[in-house]
Design a protein around this ligand. Structure first.
Ligand code: GDP
Length: 364
C-alpha cells in the first residue's frame, strides 16, 4: 500500500490529527515535546462517493474502500540531522514513506508551548526542510568518494550515478530540496534508489484554531502562498475539530459540519489531497458479493493493475472487461452497459483510467 508520513515540529498537532485519522483515542496528545516516540501506523479508508453508488446499482453485499496508510513520525527538532532529539529515528522513518504530510502550527494558544518560541509557520517549514536537506547532503557526500573511484574504473553506471549525485549536491548546497533536481526519465530509478528525504512530495497541513477552520487565517494563507510558489499542496484543517468529529456518529457529523460552515470533514480533504499528491487513481471491481475500490498509480497498465488484487491475475492476464464509471451508472450496471456496447475488452497495453469498473480474465 501507499504510505504518507505525518511530520512536523513538536506541539503542532500531529498526534491530535493522527488520532483523529485513525479514530482511536490511543496515544494521548499531551502538551509535551516528544510525546510520540514510536511511529504509529494507521490505515484510513479513502472516501469515494462513487463506490457507494456502484454498490447500490449492483446491490453488492459489502462495500470495501481502498486504503491509505498514515504514519505518525516522532517529533523533529532543529539539529535532527546531527542526531538531536529523536533525529536519527525520525530520518529513518521518513525514508520509508511515499509522501510527507507536513503539519504546520497555524494556531495561537499561550498554553501550548511552541518549541521555537513563536508562531511562524514559514520559519517552521524551513526548519524541517533544512534538516531533511542536511541529512541528504550528508548521505550523498558519503557516496561521492566511492562513486568517483568506480567511475574512474570506467563503470558506466557509476558515472551516471555520480553525475546525478553531483547535480543534486549543487542544489542542496543552494538550500533547495532534492525533488527539484532536473532529471531524465531514465534517471528516475537511480534517483529513487538514493532514498533522499527532500525528494518526497510534500503536502502542508495548516492546523488552525477552530474558528478559522472554514476560512483559514493569516498564517495558513502565508503557507498556501508558499505552497503555490513551490508547486506544492496545502490543506487547512483544525485538528481539534477533527478529533471531535472522530467521536460522533456519521449522522451527527453532517449537522456538526454545517454549524461550522464546513462542507466536509477536513480529514476527507486531507486524505484526498494525499491521494492526489501521490498521483494515485482508483479502479473498481463490482459484483453482488462486494463493491471494492483499488488503488494504483496513474499510468498503470491493465496487467499490473490486476496484480494489485492477486499476483496470479497479473501472471495469467488475458484481458480486462472494462466499463467507465459514468457508463456503468448511466446504463444501470453491467448488463445495461454491455447492451449499450459500453463494455470494452481491453488488452495488456491498456492504461487503466480513474473510475474504470473492471473484470479481469486470466489463465490459472
Ligand atoms: P504533536 O507534538 O505535534 O503531536 O502535537 P499534539 O497533537 O500532541 O498537540 C500538542 C498540544 O496542542 C495538545 O495539547 C493539543 O491538544 C493542542 N492542539 C492541537 N491542535 C490544536 C489546535 O488546533 N488548537 C489548539 N488551541 N490546541 C491544539
Amino acid at each position: 500500500g501507499f504510505k504518507c508520513g505525518i511530520v512536523g515540529l513538536p506541539n503542532v498537532g500531529k498526534s491530535t490529527l493522527f488520532n483523529a485519522l485513525t479514530e482511536t483515542a490511543a496515544a494521548q496528545a499531551a502538551n509535551y515535546p516528544f510525546c510520540t516516540i514510536e511511529p504509529n501506523v494507521g490505515e484510513v479508508a479513502v472516501p469515494d462517493p462513487r463506490l457507494e453508488k456502484l454498490a447500490a446499482i449492483a446491490k453488492s453485499g459489502q462495500i470495501i474502500p481502498t486504503r491509505l496508510t498514515f504514519v505518525d513520525i516522532a517529533g523533529l527538532v532543529r539539529g535532527a540531522s546531527k542526531g538531536e532529539g529523536l533525529g536519527n529515528q525520525f530520518l529513518a522513518n521518513i525514508r520509508e514513506v511515499d509522501a510527507i504530510a507536513h503539519v504546520v502550527r497555524c494556531f495561537e494558544d499561550s498554553d501550548i508551548t511552541h518549541v521555537e518560541g513563536k508562531i511562524a509557520p514559514l520559519a517552521d517549514i524551513e526548519t524541517i526542510e533544512t534538516e531533511l536537506m542536511l541529512a541528504d547532503l550528508d548521505s550523498l557526500e558519503k557516496r561521492v568518494d566511492n562513486l568517483t573511484k568506480k567511475a574512474k574504473g570506467n563503470d558506466k553506471d557509476a558515472k551516471e550515478q555520480l553525475d546525478l549525485v553531483n547535480r543534486t549536491l549543487v542544489l542542496l548546497r543552494e538550500g533547495k530540496p532534492a525533488r527539484l533536481v532536473e532529471r531524465k526519465p531514465e534517471e528516475e530509478r537511480t534517483f529513487s534508489m538514493l532514498g533522499l528525504l527532500s525528494s518526497k512530495p510534500v503536502l502542508y497541513v495548516c492546523n488552525v484554531e477552530e474558528g478559522s477552520a472554514a476560512t483559514g487565517n493569516a498564517f495558513s494563507k502565508a503557507v498556501e502562498e508558499q505552497a503555490a510558489k513551490e508547486g506544492a499542496v496545502a490543506v487547512v484543517i483544525s485538528a481539534k475539530i477533527e478529533s471531535e468529529i472522530a467521536t460522533i456518529s456519521r449522522e451527527e457529523r453532517a449537522e456538526f459540519l454545517e454549524t461550522l460552515g464546513l462542507e466536509e470533514a477536513g480529514l476527507d480533504r486531507l486524505i484526498r489531497a494525499g491521494y492526489r499528491l501521490l498521483d494515485l487513481i482508483t479502479y473498481f471491481t463490482v459484483g453482488p458479493k462486494e463493491a471494492r475500490a483499488w488503488t494504483i498509480h496513474r499510468g498503470t497498465k491493465a496487467p499490473a493493475a490486476a496484480g494489485v488484487i492477486h499476483t496470479d491475475f497479473e501472471k495469467g492476464f488475458i484481458r480486462a472487461e472494462t466499463i467507465a464509471y459514468e457508463d456503468y451508472v448511466a446504463f444501470g450496471g453491467e448488463a445495461g452497459a454491455r447492451d449499450a456496447g459500453k463494455l470494452r475488452l481491453e488488452g495488456k497495453e491498456y492504461v487503466v483510467a480513474d473510475g474504470d469498473v473492471m473484470h479481469f480474465r486470466f489463465n490459472t
